[in-house]
Design a protein around this ligand. Structure first.
Ligand SMILES: C[S@@+](CC[C@H](N)C(=O)[O-])C[C@H]1O[C@@H](n2cnc3c(N)ncnc32)[C@H](O)[C@@H]1O
Length: 315
C-alpha cells in the first residue's frame, strides 16, 4: 500500500478502522442466520478479507432486507464501507462520513494527539462559554472571563480532527473550514452539536477576521499525495474520494505551503500549525515552514505509520 493511501482495495478492511474487532457472529443478533451466512459469503467471494466484521456492520446498518441487499451490492461494487454505513470510528468517536467526503484515517490520530496537547497547554486566546463553541472575542476584552484555546481545523473534511481535538480539550473554541460543499455539510453535522463553527471556502479565507493573531492551534490534514501518485492509490480512494481531497500537487506539498504562508497571520505568538505529511516529505515540509519564519520540526508515530510537521510562531 502506498504511504499516502489509507484505504486498501476493497479486498480488505479499511485502515480507517470503522471495523472494530469482533467475534464472527452478528453483534445485534437481529439478522437471520441465513442472511448472515449469505452476506459473509458474498463479501468473501468479492475479496473482503474481513468479511465477517463488514457483514456485522452492514447488517447493523440495514433497516430492511432490501436495504441490506443494496448495501452489500454497493460494497461488492467497491464503495468504501464507511460511506455505506455512514460513519467511521476515529479516535474512539463515531464520526459521520458522507459519500464524497474523505474518510478519516487512523494514522491521523497522531495529528489529533499533538494538536490537543498544544491546545490544552495554551494560555487561551478568547473568552466565551466553557464548551467547544464559538468564542466571544479576544481574551483581553474581558480579563475576568475564562480564556479558551482557539483551534482551527483547516481542510476539515468530515470534521473528524476537530471533533477529536474538542473531545480531548472540551473548553476549546473550535472553527473548521473546507472548500468542498459536501464536506462542509458533513462537518456541520459532526461539529455543530458540540458548538463548532464550520465555514466553506479556501483555507483561512472564510474565517472571522477577529481570529487573526488569536489562534492557538491550526491543525490541517491537507491533501498531500503527489499528483503522479494519486493514480497509484487504492481504488476506493481514487474512485470515491474527490481529487481535491487527495492531490497535493507536483510534490504533494502545494496546499501545505499555502497553509504555512499565512499561518503567522492567524497564530498567536507561541501558537502552532500542525500538518500530516508523508515520511519522504519531511525535509521539504520543514523547509516550507521555516521559509515563512516559523520554527519547525517533524514528529512521527511508528505504530500508526504517521508523520506530522509542526510549525511554531516565534513572536
Ligand atoms: C486529506 S482530506 C482530510 C480531511 C480531514 N481533515 C480528515 O483528516 O479526515 C483533505 C481535505 O482538504 C480539503 N481541501 C482541499 N483543498 C482545500 C482548500 N484550498 N481549502 C479548504 N479545504 C481544502 C478537501 O476538500 C478535503 O476535505
Amino acid at each position: 500500500m502506498s504511504q499516502y493511501s489509507s484505504i486498501p482495495e476493497s479486498s480488505s478492511t479499511p485502515e480507517s478502522g470503522s471495523v472494530p474487532a469482533s467475534g464472527p457472529s452478528p453483534a445485534s443478533g437481529s439478522a437471520p442466520a441465513a442472511d448472515w451466512g449469505a452476506v459473509v459469503g458474498t463479501l468473501r467471494a468479492a475479496g473482503c478479507v474481513f468479511a465477517e466484521d463488514e457483514a456485522r456492520l452492514l447488517i447493523e446498518a440495514a433497516d430492511t432486507p432490501a436495504a441490506l441487499r443494496d448495501m452489500v451490492a454497493q460494497r461488492v461494487a467497491g464503495l468504501p464501507l464507511e460511506h455505506i454505513v455512514g460513519w467511521v470510528e476515529f479516535c474512539g468517536l463515531r464520526v459521520a462520513v458522507d459519500p464524497g467526503v474523505f474518510v478519516p484515517r487512523q494514522r491521523t490520530g497522531l495529528l489529533v494527539r499533538r494538536a490537543a496537547a498544544q491546545a490544552a497547554s495554551a494560555p487561551g486566546s478568547v473568552t466565551g462559554p466553557a464548551a467547544a463553541g464559538p468564542a466571544a472575542g479576544p481574551a483581553a476584552a474581558d480579563p475576568t472571563a475564562a480564556a479558551r484555546p482557539v483551534v482551527v481545523d483547516l481542510a476539515c473534511g468530515s470534521g473528524a480532527v476537530g471533533m477529536a481535538v474538542a473531545a480531548l480539550v472540551p473548553n476549546a473554541a473550535l472553527y473548521a473550514v473546507d472548500i468542498e460543499p459536501a464536506a462542509v455539510r458533513c462537518a456541520r453535522r459532526n461539529l455543530t452539536p458540540i458548538g463548532g463553527q464550520v465555514y466553506e471556502g479556501d483555507l483561512y479565507a472564510p474565517l472571522p477576521d477577529r481570529l487573526r493573531g488569536h489562534v492557538d492551534v491550526v491543525v490541517a490534514n491537507v491533501p498531500y499525495v503527489p499528483t503522479d501518485a494519486v493514480g497509484l492509490m487504492p481504488r476506493e480512494a481514487r474512485d470515491h474520494e474527490p481529487r481535491v481531497t487527495l492531490d497535493g500537487g507536483f510534490d504533494g506539498l502545494d496546499v501545505l505551503r499555502r497553509v504555512a504562508q499565512r499561518a503567522g497571520d492567524w497564530l498567536v505568538p507561541g501558537g502552532q500549525v500542525l500538518m500530516e505529511i508523508g515520511e519522504d516529505q519531511a525535509d521539504a515540509a520543514v523547509g516550507a515552514l521555516t521559509g515563512t519564519g516559523l520554527a519547525a520540526a517533524v514528529e512521527n508515530d511508528d505504530d500508526l505509520h504517521a508523520w506530522i510537521v509542526v510549525g511554531r510562531r516565534q513572536r
